[in-house]
Design a protein around this ligand. Sequence first.
Ligand SMILES: [Zn+2]
Ligand SMILES: [Zn+2]
Length: 137
Amino acid sequence: MTYRDRPVSCPRCALELVRVDDGDRWSCSRCKGLLYGVGELIAKLVEVAPDLVPDAGIGDITMPARRTTSPALECPTCNENMDPVFLGGVELDRCYRDNVVWLDRGELEVVLDVATEQRQGRESIRSSWLARLLGLD
Ligand SMILES: [Zn+2]
Ligand SMILES: [Zn+2]
């Protein structure tokens, strides 16, 4: 069973998400949040920063502990709590079971900005937030 075949709802508003362009991405018409398949999000990042293409098999990334001030969001597709993943200072929520990432309104823009900036500072890329996102399975 895959999440792609059934409706998913916004973890913030519980409104049904609208699939965008038949891709691995959905948006909420109320809060403008976005649900991205991890692969789709990476493709988006690579668009703005082509040299961030990952090496295969980055592993063993330690995930930061969830901060206690914000409650975990429930995954829109499996209803388990999602885990935080930090991308350039933005905390996103990721479900490891479904390989999806939730972005609140505006967060994608921030992440893309950071990706663009990091393109200039290449030396730290592999140990960076992107590696953290990529190295998980
Ligand atoms: Zn919403
Ligand atoms: Zn899930």
